[in-house]
Design a protein around this ligand. Structure first.
Ligand code: ZN
Length: 229
């Protein structure tokens, strides 16, 4: 009976693939198998010295840098990221986090991570959007890798104009916002995996990574769903 209702629902309200807009089968959730299997994998991520790691050379002391997919504005990856960022597709966000988590396990480089920290959004933006896309990915990664995620350690705040000096545990993102580590004691001596949805220039990761590296004896690794190479 359940299958019959599901089939009827499928006829009345067919689900379409978020990438190619073809009808999905009952087994497929948001993306069809053809689109899923043809996503461009960032194969170079499986090497320690890869183009993503090189983006941060001389900028940030990164232990390991990894991305699952290659971002190009013409591919399905852009479509997926739009779905994650602007369309509120929470299920797909967590699912994509699981893909990333599986890839991180497969790479065998991430055996010593203590905590996952997603790049925070500014609270106003998060309120408007209703969620933080990096946190959704983090939920998936955390489930697959069995590593806890911390979402209250780093804050993204409005920059206070009266403040002229760069202080410890604070880094400007731009002229209006900054990252601040709220509870440094909790992550002292830990290996942190900092997570974002996509890395293009790497400047957001750089500011957030810098502020984390202010913390005593902290080791920093980076991962993202996609990277623009
Ligand atoms: Zn498709």
């Amino acid at each position: 009976m359940k299958t019959l209702i599901a089939s009827l629902g499928q006829i009345l309200f067919p689900n379409l693939c978020v990438c190619c807009y073809e009808y999905l089968s009952q087994q497929e959730e948001s993306i069809c198998d053809l689109c899923l299997f043809t996503l461009p994998i960032f194969e170079l991520g499986y090497q320690k010295d890869n183009p993503l790691a090189r983006k941060f050379w001389g900028r940030l002391n990164v232990e390991i840098a990894f991305a699952h997919l290659v971002y190009k504005s013409t591919t399905n990856v852009k479509q997926l990221l739009n779905e994650l960022k602007y369309n509120g597709n929470i299920t797909l966000g967590i699912e994509m986090g699981k893909w990333l988590g599986d890839a991180l396990l497969k790479s065998k480089q991430f055996t010593k991570i203590d905590y996952i920290i997603p790049i925070p959004l500014h609270p106003t933006r998060q309120k408007f959007r209703g969620y933080n896309q990096s946190e959704l990915l983090g939920q998936g990664v955390s489930q697959v890798m069995n590593i806890p995620m911390l979402t209250d350690i780093v804050a993204r705040e409005r920059y206070n104009k009266t403040q002229t000096k760069k202080r410890r545990y604070e880094r400007y993102i731009n002229s209006q916002e900054l990252f601040r580590v709220r509870i440094p004691e909790q992550i002292e001596g830990k290996h942190i995996l900092l997570l974002d949805d996509v890395i293009t220039t790497g400047s957001t990761m750089e500011s957030c990574g810098e502020v984390l590296l202010d913390v005593n004896n902290l080791t920093l690794s980076l991962a993202s769903l996609a990277v623009a190479t």
